[in-house]
Design a protein around this ligand. Structure first.
Ligand SMILES: Nc1ncnc2c1ncn2[C@@H]1O[C@H](COP(=O)(O)OP(=O)(O)OP(=O)(O)O)[C@@H](O)[C@H]1O
Ligand SMILES: [Zn+2]
Ligand SMILES: [Zn+2]
Length: 803
């Protein structure tokens, strides 16, 4: 092929289609769809993705590819197609959709080097370029005018590696390995031939006569307390072989995972897994919704389904919400599938992520467990995709390419002819509605493992507590129950809903609230260093000693943060050992594991935390769960607030009484009569679903209607109003009469970072032309949107953040 079709790394409307580039002779056979290339574009050289090849081009003047960044494709044919679909479905540029599928580090700036990976001689011309060095800048090869084919042969044999030095950070890590270079008998013969004083050399030979495995050079020298000087003559004689090998940074390398065997499934589990296994066997696409109460053994169903896929020689993707938060989940997967598992999540360093991703690309693993973006794992023979806790909103990416991992999973399931399993104790309303309609197959697990009962839930009306004279944030009952657990040596989990409950600073005299000068939002109080911070633009200032408005000194902070709760708790029950788990205590790498490890080994009585403790915890000794402010979420301006409240209470309650000891839950609320709280307290998912569906129908919300949110922002408020108004008018004109266009209205957060934000919301059942219309709007404003700090228009076809 003579030409490559390249998507260039310039996000804009007219680069959504590929440009043709000539393939220079030296890259023929290397340039193929899915590799990254460097190409001239205008005056610059930039990166691009090859998406196709062609014998001919219709262009008059065609430039040539400058360089190839890859020898093997980094995007499979399926992912290239998926990118097109993603681009169309989110209305993002094709290039952004391709970028979103790869680890961050691959988009960075780089310096290209050649690394020699063998001690054998290369072809003599190439050997000459290396001049005995292990690493050379790539330019030295280019300057040598050697044929690229010579290099390519060595690259494919693994003897030379192209290495990208990213901003002086290594992307690949190598180590030197030594192993026996001859048969045992020859080593023993050689031993006898060695001069008497060559003690160290003898030791090395004896070692290798016994151990035939390759060993890191450093480790060998340490074990035998010797130096490279003793090793060298043996290498020269060919008795020992030495070479470089790439090592993958393994974030779990110092952890041992206890091997686990599959449990014999319960009757319920068997009934749920059998249609999944059948679909895997038949290589059909189907979507299953596994609705199983907390602790009903969903994870075991996932594990055994994946086993079936592995036995067939296929691959599996398992998504979990922000996996870093559930080390117990990683443990279960590593324990069952060992080194077949790659783990991808946001707490890994860029290098670690890249290494895990390469294991997938090289087919060294067959299972990936990861957060949202793991849905783009470059497997080519996928047999199953699972999304655990499918209702979690973290599966939706909220910036740039606004995709929902559930939609991508289903698209990949179609491409790969494999089942997709969505699992949850509290399915998203949208998903459950589809299951009821028959679009998804509904599978249920209604009973907990070991006949364990769902924990008893006690709803406490905090207004009554107040009337009874208790002004504390702990109800009398919760305090009693905490003390009871302490006496019995059992553990408790306390959950504080931080979202919607930040700590703000207010003047008690005039009611003035300290706000960010750049955003329309109250500043949050941080006890450390006594400072006020903006969570949107990171502005901060010291806590004032008097009110900026009325100069009163009665300025103080309100709201309930985890720190505050911890303080109060310590006063209330001084003998309790409390562990706090929130954003502040888990910033450092491995902090989650540490806290959970401590709690698991009973070094604390109470685990106090935010959202991050709601999911996945499985500790047998936890018999009490307390929810401090159940209605905090209800007050958010979001049509999903009741659904979120129901999900959260159910999930948190699910942490108690999971093994042999029965559990109890205390939920503190100001609105115990609210249907989401009442029904969560009695575990009535179906009833909640029915209630909530009535409201969604009455107010034209999903799943009855689709939503599209258009948000406009600009430093000038008048400008924002004007543009949003124009967009709303245009939509009203063009859309059918069955659709509703709401707005323009100021967004709930009207100003962030000195930019004003207005929005309009479109509710519709069917608008086949909607994307085309939005595209026209974006096209119309394209020039203005290119200006720095200029107009911004974002369109979200499945909005979750309505702020
Ligand atoms: N068939 C089985 N026999 C015995 N024990 C089992 C079986 N299946 C699961 N378990 C155990 O029961 C407990 C609960 O199961 P699991 O964690 O899989 O439930 P889950 O539905 O995924 O829970 P959640 O959604 O609440 O996190 C675990 O400790 C698990 O090891
Ligand atoms: Zn004041
Ligand atoms: Zn701010």
């Amino acid at each position: 092929m003579n030409y490559a079709r390249v998507i260039v790394d310039v996000p804009s409307q007219n680069t959504n289609r590929p440009f043709d580039y000539q393939i220079p002779e030296k890259f023929k056979g290397i340039v193929q769809p899915g590799i990254r290339v460097i190409i001239p574009f205008g005056p610059r050289k930039i990166m691009g993705y090859v998406v196709g090849l062609a014998e001919e081009t219709t262009l008059q003047k065609v430039k040539s590819i400058t360089d190839c960044l890859d020898v093997t494709p980094v995007l499979t044919d399926e992912l290239l197609e998926l990118g097109k679909w993603l681009s169309n479905y989110t209305l993002s540029y094709y290039i952004s959709c391709l970028q979103v599928m790869l680890p961050q580090i691959m988009k960075a700036k780089y310096r290209k080097e050649l690394w020699k990976m063998t001690d054998e001689d290369l072809d003599s011309d190439l050997e000459h370029v290396f001049q005995g060095r292990g690493v050379i800048p790539y330019e030295e090869f280019e300057n040598s005018k050697l044929s690229y084919h010579v290099l390519r042969k060595h690259i494919q044999a693994g003897e030379v590696d192209v290495h990208y030095e990213v901003k002086s950070r290594e992307t690949k890590k190598v180590t030197r390995i030594v192993e026996p270079g001859a048969e045992e008998i020859q080593l023993i013969e050689a031993l006898e031939d060695l001069p008497k004083q060559a003690n160290k050399q003898k030791q090395i030979l004896e070692y290798f006569a016994e151990n035939k495995q390759p060993v890191p050079k450093k480790q060998l020298l340490e074990t035998l307390a010797t130096t490279a000087a003793s090793l060298k003559p043996l290498v020269e004689k060919g008795l020992v072989k030495e070479y470089q090998q790439e090592v993958f940074r393994d974030p779990y390398e110092n952890r041992r995972f206890e091997r686990t065997e599959p449990f014999p499934l319960t009757e319920e589990q068997s009934a749920a897994i059998s249609p999944i296994l059948q679909t895997i066997k038949n290589e059909k696409h189907d979507v299953f919704l596994l609705h199983g109460v907390t602790g009903s053994g969903k994870t075991e169903v996932y594990l055994q389904s994946i086993q079936e896929v592995l036995d067939k020689g296929q691959e599996a993707i398992m998504l979990v919400p922000e996996i870093a938060l559930t080390p117990q989940m990683v443990e279960r997967f590593k324990g069952r599938f060992g080194s077949k598992v790659a783990v991808l999540h946001s707490a890994l360093s860029a290098g670690e992520k890249y290494d895990e991703w390469r294991k997938i690309q090289r087919k060294e693993v067959q299972v990936v467990v990861g957060a949202r973006s793991a849905i783009f794992a470059p497997f080519t023979n996928i047999g199953l995709i699972i999304i655990d806790e499918e209702h979690e909103t973290s599966y939706k990416q909220e910036d740039r390419t606004r995709y929902h991992a559930r939609d991508v999973a289903i698209e990949r399931g179609k491409n790969n002819l494999c089942p997709v399993v969505l699992g949850s104790a509290t399915p998203a309303l949208e998903s459950y509605a589809r299951a009821v309609k028959g679009n998804y197959q509904l599978l249920s697990l209604k009973k907990r493992m070991n006949e364990a009962a769902m924990p008893e839930v006690e709803l406490i009306d905090m207004r009554e507590e107040l009337h009874a004279g208790n002004r504390s944030m702990f109800s009398t009952l919760l305090k009693e129950k905490l003390e009871e657990r302490l006496a019995k040596g059992e553990q408790s989990v306390l959950f504080l809903n931080r979202r919607g409950y930040s700590t703000f600073v207010m003047c008690r005299d005039c009611g003035y609230v300290m706000e960010c000068p750049h955003c329309d939002i109250a500043l949050t109080y941080h006890r450390k260093h006594e400072r006020l911070k903006c969570h949107y633009c990171s502005y901060e200032e010291p806590v004032p000693s008097k009110c900026p408005e009325c100069e009163s000194k009665t300025i103080r902070y309100f709201g309930t943060g985890t720190q505050k709760v911890e303080e109060v708790l310590q006063q209330l029950i001084p003998e309790a050992r409390v562990l706090r788990m929130d954003v502040d205590t888990t910033r450092r790498k491995g902090a989650h594991e540490k806290i959970l490890g401590k709690f698991g080994s009973k070094e604390a009585d109470i685990l106090l935390g935010t959202q991050m403790i709601a999911k996945g915890l499985d500790f047998g000794n936890v018999t009490l769960v307390g929810v401090l402010a159940a209605d905090a979420l209800l007050n958010l301006p979001d049509f999903r607030s009741a659904e979120k409240t129901f999900q959260l209470i159910t999930q948190v309650s699910g942490r108690a009484g999971r093994h042999d000891k029965p559990g109890e839950v205390v939920v503190q609320t100001y609105t115990p009569e609210h249907y989401s709280i009442e029904l969560a307290g009695s575990y009535q998912y179906e009833q909640f679903f029915n209630e909530e569906m009535k409201l969604r129908k009455a107010f034209n919300y999903p799943p009855y209607y689709f939503l599209t949110l258009v948000t406009v922002s600009h430093p000038n408020q008048l400008k924002v109003q004007e543009v949003t108004q124009k967009i709303a008018q245009f939509m009203r004109q063009k859309l059918s009469e069955h659709s509703h266009v709401l707005g323009p209205t100021p967004s709930a957060l009207t100003r962030i970072n000195n930019r004003y934000r207005y929005q309009c919301m479109i509710k519709y059942k069917q608008e086949p032309e909607l994307r085309k219309l939005v595209q026209r709007i974006l096209h119309y404003y394209e020039e203005e949107m290119k200006q720095e700090n200029g107009l911004q228009i974002t369109v979200d076809f499945q909005p979750y953040q309505l702020m």
